[in-house]
Design a protein around this ligand. Sequence first.
Ligand code: BTN
Length: 242
Amino acid sequence: RNIYILDEVDSTNDEAKRLAEGGEGHGTVIIAKKQTAGKGRRGRSFESPMGCGLFMSMIIRDDILPSRASMLTLVMGIAVTKALETLTGLNVQIKWPNDVLAGGKKICGILTEMSMQIECMNYLVIGCGVNVRNESFPEEMKDRATSVLLEGVDLVSYSELAAGILEQFEVYYRMFMRNQDLTEIVDEYNEYLINKNRQVTVLNPKDQYEGLALGINTRGELMVQTRQEVKYVTAGEVSVRG
Ligand code: BTN
């Protein structure tokens, strides 16, 4: 596969999209030491100072049903979790759908973007940003964000971390591709799921409700037991608190 390592870029996801538009193939990885316009979900920005994090995006060009594409965020989530656990020994958890936490704070965010072409998926870009050496965060996020270093581990090698994530992604991606669902992953995913057995508030454009998060199902939906019924929350435009 092609791996591009850049000193600085606006966003590795945007760079991956530009490369994909130019015909770049499946599996290509873009890594930057700094992003000047790192993107998070819902138009938020992602703090990406020089040398503090692993900012990495991957191009996926495969026969993936558009309805299944968002599951790859969860596949990347478990890959990052496994890699961080193995390389740092930290206790890492997943906050569905797209955050990885250490000590209850965000240590990695994942952003999947899809390009469609007449009802078919053209390509996907999966980006992950791991906070590695940040010593502090802006005031408004410092209670919610952490880094490998702040958790007390001095992880020196970014290439080792990148390789670890890619290796794990490969394993879980294969499992995903067997049925294009999370059948083979769901049990392990739920073991890392911080939301599990917690009271959560689900906010989407249409309504808001509270319930007990039971875990994800094989479609990657978060199952939430409300007083009346079990709701299946999709990873789209929702926010889950709690
Ligand atoms: C989120 O927290 O909402 C998702 C954050 C995703 C950040 C990564 S860093 C590498 C890639 N490039 C981006 O611009 N965003 C993702």
